[in-house]
Write a protein that binds this ligand. Sequence first.
Ligand SMILES: O=C(O)CCC(=O)C(=O)O
Ligand SMILES: [Fe+2]
Length: 280
Amino acid sequence: MSIRVVDYRGPNAAAEFTESLHETGFGVLVNHPIAQPLVQSIFDEWMTFFKGEDKFNFAYDTEKFDGYFSTEVSETAKGETVKDFKEFFHVYPWGRIPESLRANAMSYYAQASTLAAELLSWVEQYTPDEISQYYSQPLSTMIEGSAQTLLRVLHYPPLNGTEPAGSVRAAAHGDINLLTVLPAANEPGLQVLAKDGSWLDVPCDFGMLIVNIGDMLQEVSRGYFPSTIHRVINPANASKNVSRLSLPLFLHPKEDVRLSERHTAHSYLSERLKELGMKK
Ligand SMILES: O=C(O)CCC(=O)C(=O)O
Ligand SMILES: [Fe+2]
């Protein structure tokens, strides 16, 4: 198994991309419409933000989850005991963000959301009928105008020996949401769990766009599109002291969207956040 790289402008892009998502839960696009200079500017300006002190004025809201999560708060993946070694900022259009960072973040949020809606229409088009009969509405409209869609700006600090023993940049996990869109980070490290139990590097050349299925699309498609386990490994010695920045946009359905007989998007998210200890 390997993760296929699909040319967004190629003649069979929609079919090839959907096939990749079905087989591996991941798809990688080149020649896509997200402006790379914008991604680079966001990396540069957020690197400065994470190095500074202003971030502490944006400590995350414990009810609404917008704002800054320090390495002390961070996240512990389901089934793990040690926190991931990372800090991050949750950006929502309605949430808090330093004014100087807002324009680029919102521009990226809008571009990636538009692209995600198109990719979901590809997915819908190439879903077998026996699966798409379960979709309660077109996949692309599930995310339309959703207040839950979340841009996470992640900083994995250089490893300098002060990190907690046994911690990794991001322990193995599946994403909760419908679909995740993620420009290749400035450093490698993202891996996906193959069916044979081995870990595969996700292609990550500068300019590539990585897309993966989340648990909610797995639920909607009754498992036809798998929410594949992935992780971010610590760097090898040579690049140990380099920060890694990453910019996943987690596309969430609107709260009242029905995913399955058991779940709406709202009930599903509440259950998962409780499991993670993030919600009472
Ligand atoms: O940083 C990455 O490459 C992936 C991050 C990730 O998987 C997540 O935040 O859910
Ligand atoms: Fe993830």
